[in-house]
Design a protein around this ligand. Structure first.
Ligand code: PHB
Length: 371
Protein backbone atom coordinates (compact mmCIF):
# COMPACT_ATOMS: atom_id res chain seq x y z
CA UNK A 1 0.00 0.00 0.00
CA UNK A 2 1.22 3.44 -0.78
CA UNK A 3 1.07 5.83 2.11
CA UNK A 4 1.03 9.57 1.71
CA UNK A 5 1.34 12.38 4.21
CA UNK A 6 -1.89 13.98 3.07
CA UNK A 7 -4.60 13.48 5.67
CA UNK A 8 -7.20 10.93 4.54
CA UNK A 9 -10.53 12.41 3.50
CA UNK A 10 -12.69 11.05 6.31
CA UNK A 11 -15.87 12.40 4.72
CA UNK A 12 -15.60 9.56 2.20
CA UNK A 13 -17.20 7.43 4.91
CA UNK A 14 -20.47 9.23 4.20
CA UNK A 15 -20.58 8.15 0.54
CA UNK A 16 -23.47 5.80 -0.31
CA UNK A 17 -22.94 2.22 -1.38
CA UNK A 18 -24.92 -0.34 -3.37
CA UNK A 19 -25.54 -3.27 -1.08
CA UNK A 20 -27.14 -6.03 -3.09
CA UNK A 21 -30.87 -5.36 -3.27
CA UNK A 22 -30.66 -2.21 -1.14
CA UNK A 23 -28.61 0.98 -0.85
CA UNK A 24 -26.57 1.91 2.19
CA UNK A 25 -26.56 5.65 2.80
CA UNK A 26 -23.01 5.59 4.11
CA UNK A 27 -20.10 3.19 4.70
CA UNK A 28 -20.24 3.14 8.50
CA UNK A 29 -22.23 0.07 9.54
CA UNK A 30 -23.48 -0.99 12.96
CA UNK A 31 -21.75 -4.30 13.73
CA UNK A 32 -23.80 -7.14 15.25
CA UNK A 33 -23.52 -6.82 19.04
CA UNK A 34 -24.70 -9.18 21.77
CA UNK A 35 -26.30 -7.07 24.51
CA UNK A 36 -28.33 -9.69 26.46
CA UNK A 37 -31.37 -7.55 27.14
CA UNK A 38 -34.14 -9.63 25.50
CA UNK A 39 -37.45 -9.75 27.36
CA UNK A 40 -38.74 -12.96 28.92
CA UNK A 41 -40.60 -15.11 28.37
CA UNK A 42 -40.12 -15.46 24.64
CA UNK A 43 -36.66 -13.98 23.87
CA UNK A 44 -38.31 -10.81 22.57
CA UNK A 45 -37.05 -7.37 21.70
CA UNK A 46 -38.99 -4.54 23.36
CA UNK A 47 -39.23 -0.77 23.79
CA UNK A 48 -35.58 -0.42 24.78
CA UNK A 49 -34.40 -2.22 21.64
CA UNK A 50 -36.62 -0.02 19.46
CA UNK A 51 -34.98 3.06 20.96
CA UNK A 52 -31.44 1.63 20.80
CA UNK A 53 -31.69 0.67 17.13
CA UNK A 54 -33.52 3.89 16.21
CA UNK A 55 -30.64 5.89 17.72
CA UNK A 56 -28.12 3.91 15.63
CA UNK A 57 -30.07 4.09 12.37
CA UNK A 58 -27.48 6.76 11.48
CA UNK A 59 -25.54 3.71 10.18
CA UNK A 60 -25.45 2.88 6.47
CA UNK A 61 -26.56 -0.60 7.49
CA UNK A 62 -27.88 -1.58 10.90
CA UNK A 63 -26.95 -5.20 11.60
CA UNK A 64 -28.92 -6.71 14.45
CA UNK A 65 -27.39 -8.45 17.39
CA UNK A 66 -27.00 -12.21 16.93
CA UNK A 67 -30.53 -13.55 16.79
CA UNK A 68 -31.19 -17.26 17.29
CA UNK A 69 -32.79 -19.14 14.43
CA UNK A 70 -34.38 -21.77 16.69
CA UNK A 71 -34.68 -22.81 20.31
CA UNK A 72 -31.67 -25.09 19.81
CA UNK A 73 -29.59 -22.22 18.42
CA UNK A 74 -29.66 -20.14 21.62
CA UNK A 75 -26.41 -20.18 23.56
CA UNK A 76 -26.50 -17.09 25.81
CA UNK A 77 -29.05 -15.80 28.29
CA UNK A 78 -31.54 -13.18 27.12
CA UNK A 79 -30.58 -13.07 23.46
CA UNK A 80 -33.51 -12.51 21.09
CA UNK A 81 -34.88 -15.04 18.62
CA UNK A 82 -36.30 -14.78 15.13
CA UNK A 83 -38.25 -18.03 14.94
CA UNK A 84 -41.68 -17.31 16.48
CA UNK A 85 -44.64 -15.14 15.46
CA UNK A 86 -44.25 -13.07 18.65
CA UNK A 87 -40.57 -12.47 17.91
CA UNK A 88 -41.42 -11.35 14.36
CA UNK A 89 -44.04 -8.93 15.67
CA UNK A 90 -41.58 -7.54 18.23
CA UNK A 91 -38.82 -7.10 15.64
CA UNK A 92 -41.28 -5.33 13.32
CA UNK A 93 -41.23 -2.32 15.66
CA UNK A 94 -37.41 -2.21 15.40
CA UNK A 95 -37.32 -2.49 11.61
CA UNK A 96 -40.05 0.18 11.31
CA UNK A 97 -37.98 2.51 13.52
CA UNK A 98 -34.85 2.00 11.39
CA UNK A 99 -36.83 2.58 8.20
CA UNK A 100 -38.47 5.70 9.70
CA UNK A 101 -34.96 7.07 10.21
CA UNK A 102 -34.07 6.32 6.59
CA UNK A 103 -31.72 3.37 6.93
CA UNK A 104 -31.79 -0.37 6.18
CA UNK A 105 -31.46 -3.29 8.55
CA UNK A 106 -30.14 -6.86 8.47
CA UNK A 107 -31.04 -9.65 10.91
CA UNK A 108 -27.98 -11.55 12.00
CA UNK A 109 -28.91 -15.25 12.04
CA UNK A 110 -27.12 -17.08 14.83
CA UNK A 111 -26.70 -20.67 15.95
CA UNK A 112 -24.10 -20.82 18.68
CA UNK A 113 -23.44 -24.56 18.34
CA UNK A 114 -21.19 -25.69 21.17
CA UNK A 115 -20.91 -22.23 22.72
CA UNK A 116 -23.97 -22.96 24.79
CA UNK A 117 -25.07 -24.51 28.06
CA UNK A 118 -27.43 -27.36 28.87
CA UNK A 119 -29.25 -25.14 31.40
CA UNK A 120 -30.70 -23.19 28.44
CA UNK A 121 -32.19 -26.39 26.97
CA UNK A 122 -33.73 -28.36 29.81
CA UNK A 123 -30.50 -30.28 30.42
CA UNK A 124 -29.89 -31.32 26.80
CA UNK A 125 -26.30 -30.83 25.58
CA UNK A 126 -25.47 -28.28 22.87
CA UNK A 127 -25.01 -29.52 19.31
CA UNK A 128 -21.99 -29.11 17.04
CA UNK A 129 -20.28 -30.63 14.01
CA UNK A 130 -18.54 -33.15 16.27
CA UNK A 131 -18.39 -34.07 19.94
CA UNK A 132 -15.21 -32.05 20.42
CA UNK A 133 -14.70 -30.10 23.62
CA UNK A 134 -13.49 -26.54 23.16
CA UNK A 135 -12.21 -24.44 26.01
CA UNK A 136 -14.50 -21.45 25.97
CA UNK A 137 -17.32 -20.00 28.03
CA UNK A 138 -20.78 -18.66 27.47
CA UNK A 139 -22.75 -16.09 29.49
CA UNK A 140 -25.78 -16.97 31.58
CA UNK A 141 -27.71 -14.98 34.17
CA UNK A 142 -28.22 -15.79 37.84
CA UNK A 143 -31.47 -15.32 39.77
CA UNK A 144 -30.65 -11.63 40.28
CA UNK A 145 -30.06 -11.12 36.57
CA UNK A 146 -26.30 -10.82 36.99
CA UNK A 147 -24.12 -12.22 34.21
CA UNK A 148 -22.29 -15.41 35.10
CA UNK A 149 -19.72 -17.01 32.84
CA UNK A 150 -19.93 -20.79 32.41
CA UNK A 151 -17.61 -23.32 30.79
CA UNK A 152 -19.25 -25.00 27.82
CA UNK A 153 -19.90 -28.76 27.97
CA UNK A 154 -18.96 -31.45 25.42
CA UNK A 155 -21.45 -31.03 22.56
CA UNK A 156 -23.43 -33.69 20.75
CA UNK A 157 -22.54 -34.20 17.06
CA UNK A 158 -25.48 -33.47 14.77
CA UNK A 159 -26.60 -36.59 12.87
CA UNK A 160 -26.32 -36.45 9.10
CA UNK A 161 -30.09 -36.86 8.99
CA UNK A 162 -30.49 -33.65 11.05
CA UNK A 163 -28.65 -31.41 8.57
CA UNK A 164 -31.65 -30.78 6.28
CA UNK A 165 -33.61 -29.70 9.35
CA UNK A 166 -30.76 -27.37 10.39
CA UNK A 167 -30.66 -25.77 6.93
CA UNK A 168 -34.43 -25.44 7.07
CA UNK A 169 -34.20 -23.71 10.47
CA UNK A 170 -32.05 -21.03 8.81
CA UNK A 171 -34.52 -20.81 5.93
CA UNK A 172 -37.55 -20.46 8.22
CA UNK A 173 -35.77 -17.84 10.34
CA UNK A 174 -35.09 -15.92 7.12
CA UNK A 175 -38.77 -16.04 6.20
CA UNK A 176 -39.60 -14.82 9.72
CA UNK A 177 -37.03 -12.01 9.47
CA UNK A 178 -38.43 -10.84 6.14
CA UNK A 179 -41.93 -10.94 7.61
CA UNK A 180 -40.60 -8.77 10.45
CA UNK A 181 -39.46 -6.16 7.93
CA UNK A 182 -35.73 -6.85 7.78
CA UNK A 183 -34.22 -5.85 4.44
CA UNK A 184 -31.41 -8.42 4.57
CA UNK A 185 -30.21 -11.35 6.61
CA UNK A 186 -26.60 -11.90 7.67
CA UNK A 187 -25.45 -15.49 8.26
CA UNK A 188 -23.18 -15.68 11.31
CA UNK A 189 -20.43 -18.06 10.19
CA UNK A 190 -17.72 -16.52 12.38
CA UNK A 191 -16.29 -16.49 15.91
CA UNK A 192 -16.32 -20.21 16.63
CA UNK A 193 -20.11 -20.60 16.49
CA UNK A 194 -21.91 -23.48 14.75
CA UNK A 195 -21.15 -22.79 11.08
CA UNK A 196 -17.53 -22.00 11.89
CA UNK A 197 -17.43 -25.27 13.87
CA UNK A 198 -18.38 -27.05 10.61
CA UNK A 199 -15.85 -25.08 8.53
CA UNK A 200 -12.82 -25.77 10.71
CA UNK A 201 -11.04 -29.13 10.89
CA UNK A 202 -10.25 -28.22 14.52
CA UNK A 203 -13.89 -28.78 15.49
CA UNK A 204 -15.17 -30.82 12.54
CA UNK A 205 -14.07 -34.48 12.75
CA UNK A 206 -17.01 -35.83 10.76
CA UNK A 207 -16.68 -38.72 8.33
CA UNK A 208 -19.88 -38.02 6.36
CA UNK A 209 -20.41 -35.60 3.44
CA UNK A 210 -20.12 -32.67 5.92
CA UNK A 211 -16.60 -33.42 7.18
CA UNK A 212 -13.14 -34.35 6.02
CA UNK A 213 -12.20 -32.46 2.87
CA UNK A 214 -12.43 -28.67 2.73
CA UNK A 215 -15.26 -29.02 0.23
CA UNK A 216 -17.18 -31.23 2.66
CA UNK A 217 -16.57 -28.87 5.60
CA UNK A 218 -17.87 -25.95 3.52
CA UNK A 219 -20.95 -27.92 2.45
CA UNK A 220 -23.37 -26.96 5.22
CA UNK A 221 -22.49 -23.25 4.99
CA UNK A 222 -23.01 -23.24 1.23
CA UNK A 223 -26.28 -25.17 1.60
CA UNK A 224 -27.45 -22.52 4.06
CA UNK A 225 -26.35 -19.71 1.72
CA UNK A 226 -28.14 -21.25 -1.25
CA UNK A 227 -31.31 -21.92 0.75
CA UNK A 228 -31.41 -18.34 2.03
CA UNK A 229 -30.75 -16.76 -1.37
CA UNK A 230 -33.61 -18.90 -2.72
CA UNK A 231 -35.85 -17.75 0.16
CA UNK A 232 -34.92 -14.05 0.30
CA UNK A 233 -33.88 -13.36 -3.29
CA UNK A 234 -30.66 -12.12 -4.87
CA UNK A 235 -28.69 -9.51 -2.99
CA UNK A 236 -30.53 -9.98 0.30
CA UNK A 237 -28.12 -12.32 2.09
CA UNK A 238 -24.82 -11.35 3.68
CA UNK A 239 -22.41 -13.58 5.57
CA UNK A 240 -19.92 -12.90 8.36
CA UNK A 241 -16.72 -14.90 8.63
CA UNK A 242 -13.58 -14.80 10.79
CA UNK A 243 -11.15 -17.34 9.35
CA UNK A 244 -8.28 -16.24 11.60
CA UNK A 245 -8.02 -15.41 15.28
CA UNK A 246 -8.72 -17.42 18.38
CA UNK A 247 -12.04 -16.17 19.71
CA UNK A 248 -14.07 -18.89 21.47
CA UNK A 249 -11.04 -21.16 21.47
CA UNK A 250 -11.28 -21.89 17.75
CA UNK A 251 -7.78 -21.16 16.52
CA UNK A 252 -7.13 -22.71 13.11
CA UNK A 253 -3.71 -22.38 11.44
CA UNK A 254 -5.36 -23.30 8.11
CA UNK A 255 -7.94 -20.54 8.47
CA UNK A 256 -6.17 -17.88 6.39
CA UNK A 257 -5.92 -20.13 3.31
CA UNK A 258 -9.26 -21.88 3.78
CA UNK A 259 -11.00 -18.54 4.32
CA UNK A 260 -9.83 -17.42 0.86
CA UNK A 261 -11.19 -20.61 -0.67
CA UNK A 262 -14.55 -20.05 0.99
CA UNK A 263 -14.57 -16.44 -0.25
CA UNK A 264 -14.15 -17.73 -3.82
CA UNK A 265 -17.11 -20.11 -3.32
CA UNK A 266 -19.17 -17.25 -1.92
CA UNK A 267 -18.26 -15.03 -4.85
CA UNK A 268 -20.17 -17.49 -7.07
CA UNK A 269 -23.38 -16.65 -5.16
CA UNK A 270 -25.64 -13.59 -5.34
CA UNK A 271 -24.86 -12.18 -1.91
CA UNK A 272 -25.39 -8.67 -0.61
CA UNK A 273 -21.94 -8.67 1.00
CA UNK A 274 -19.15 -10.60 2.64
CA UNK A 275 -18.41 -9.33 6.15
CA UNK A 276 -14.96 -10.04 7.53
CA UNK A 277 -14.50 -9.88 11.29
CA UNK A 278 -10.78 -9.29 11.74
CA UNK A 279 -9.04 -10.81 14.76
CA UNK A 280 -7.83 -7.52 16.30
CA UNK A 281 -11.01 -6.95 18.33
CA UNK A 282 -10.35 -10.06 20.41
CA UNK A 283 -6.59 -9.62 20.75
CA UNK A 284 -5.62 -11.62 17.66
CA UNK A 285 -2.84 -10.70 15.20
CA UNK A 286 -3.79 -8.06 12.63
CA UNK A 287 -4.30 -9.11 9.01
CA UNK A 288 -1.83 -7.75 6.47
CA UNK A 289 -2.59 -6.05 3.17
CA UNK A 290 -1.13 -8.95 1.19
CA UNK A 291 -3.87 -11.20 2.54
CA UNK A 292 -6.47 -8.46 2.05
CA UNK A 293 -5.44 -8.22 -1.60
CA UNK A 294 -5.89 -11.96 -2.02
CA UNK A 295 -9.31 -11.72 -0.38
CA UNK A 296 -10.30 -8.91 -2.72
CA UNK A 297 -9.17 -11.03 -5.69
CA UNK A 298 -11.18 -14.00 -4.41
CA UNK A 299 -14.27 -11.91 -3.64
CA UNK A 300 -14.86 -9.00 -6.06
CA UNK A 301 -18.28 -8.20 -4.53
CA UNK A 302 -19.06 -5.89 -1.62
CA UNK A 303 -16.67 -6.44 1.28
CA UNK A 304 -17.29 -5.15 4.80
CA UNK A 305 -14.38 -5.03 7.23
CA UNK A 306 -14.68 -4.95 11.03
CA UNK A 307 -12.63 -5.40 14.17
CA UNK A 308 -11.33 -2.47 16.18
CA UNK A 309 -11.39 -0.15 13.18
CA UNK A 310 -10.99 3.58 13.45
CA UNK A 311 -11.89 6.15 10.78
CA UNK A 312 -8.36 6.35 9.37
CA UNK A 313 -8.11 2.58 8.90
CA UNK A 314 -11.55 2.40 7.28
CA UNK A 315 -10.75 5.21 4.84
CA UNK A 316 -7.32 3.80 4.02
CA UNK A 317 -8.77 0.39 3.16
CA UNK A 318 -11.71 1.86 1.22
CA UNK A 319 -9.33 4.12 -0.75
CA UNK A 320 -7.12 1.12 -1.49
CA UNK A 321 -10.14 -0.78 -2.82
CA UNK A 322 -9.69 -3.51 -0.22
CA UNK A 323 -13.06 -3.02 1.51
CA UNK A 324 -16.22 -1.11 0.63
CA UNK A 325 -17.57 -0.36 4.10
CA UNK A 326 -16.58 -0.87 7.73
CA UNK A 327 -18.68 -2.08 10.65
CA UNK A 328 -18.11 -0.67 14.12
CA UNK A 329 -19.05 -2.35 17.38
CA UNK A 330 -17.94 -0.92 20.68
CA UNK A 331 -17.51 2.60 19.29
CA UNK A 332 -21.07 2.46 17.92
CA UNK A 333 -22.40 1.33 21.30
CA UNK A 334 -20.96 4.50 22.83
CA UNK A 335 -21.71 6.88 19.93
CA UNK A 336 -25.18 6.68 18.37
CA UNK A 337 -24.12 9.35 15.84
CA UNK A 338 -20.88 7.56 14.95
CA UNK A 339 -20.92 8.13 11.15
CA UNK A 340 -20.90 11.93 11.57
CA UNK A 341 -18.33 11.81 14.32
CA UNK A 342 -15.96 9.65 12.26
CA UNK A 343 -16.44 11.66 9.10
CA UNK A 344 -15.71 14.96 10.86
CA UNK A 345 -13.02 13.75 13.26
CA UNK A 346 -15.19 14.69 16.26
CA UNK A 347 -14.26 13.24 19.65
CA UNK A 348 -15.86 9.95 20.75
CA UNK A 349 -17.74 9.29 23.98
CA UNK A 350 -15.94 7.06 26.46
CA UNK A 351 -17.21 3.46 26.50
CA UNK A 352 -18.71 1.81 29.57
CA UNK A 353 -17.86 -1.89 29.09
CA UNK A 354 -19.48 -2.86 32.40
CA UNK A 355 -22.87 -2.17 30.80
CA UNK A 356 -22.21 -3.95 27.48
CA UNK A 357 -24.01 -7.13 28.58
CA UNK A 358 -27.35 -7.28 30.39
CA UNK A 359 -29.10 -4.56 32.39
CA UNK A 360 -31.48 -1.93 31.08
CA UNK A 361 -31.27 1.55 29.58
CA UNK A 362 -28.01 2.41 31.33
CA UNK A 363 -25.14 2.01 28.89
CA UNK A 364 -27.66 1.13 26.17
CA UNK A 365 -29.79 4.10 25.18
CA UNK A 366 -28.22 6.85 27.30
CA UNK A 367 -25.09 7.72 25.31
CA UNK A 368 -25.25 11.35 24.13
CA UNK A 369 -25.14 12.60 20.55
CA UNK A 370 -23.24 15.73 19.49
CA UNK A 371 -24.91 19.08 19.96
C1 PHB B 1 -20.28 -12.22 22.68
O1 PHB B 1 -21.39 -12.25 23.21
O2 PHB B 1 -19.25 -12.01 23.33
C2 PHB B 1 -20.17 -12.47 21.25
C3 PHB B 1 -21.26 -12.89 20.55
C4 PHB B 1 -21.18 -13.11 19.20
C5 PHB B 1 -19.98 -12.88 18.56
C6 PHB B 1 -18.89 -12.46 19.26
C7 PHB B 1 -18.98 -12.24 20.60
O3 PHB B 1 -19.88 -13.10 17.25
Amino acid sequence: MTSTDAPADLSRLLEPLDLGAVKARNRVFLAPLTRMRAEQPGDLVGDLHVEYYRQRATAGLVISEGTQISEEAKGYADTPGVHTREQAAAWRRVTDAVHDEGSVVAAQLWHTGLVDHESLHGGRPPVSASAVQVRTRTSLKDEQGRIVRADVPVPRALETSEIPRLVDDYRRATATALEAGFDLVEIHAAHGYLLHQFLSAVTNHRTDAYGGSLENRQRVVLEVVDALVAEAGRGRVGIRVSPTGKFNGLEDAAGAEEGLDLAARLAERDLAYLHLSEPDWAGGPALDDQWRERLRAAYPGTLVGAGSYDAAKAVRLIDAGLIDAAAFGRTFIANPDLPTRLATGAPLNPQRPETFYGGGAEGYTDYPTLG
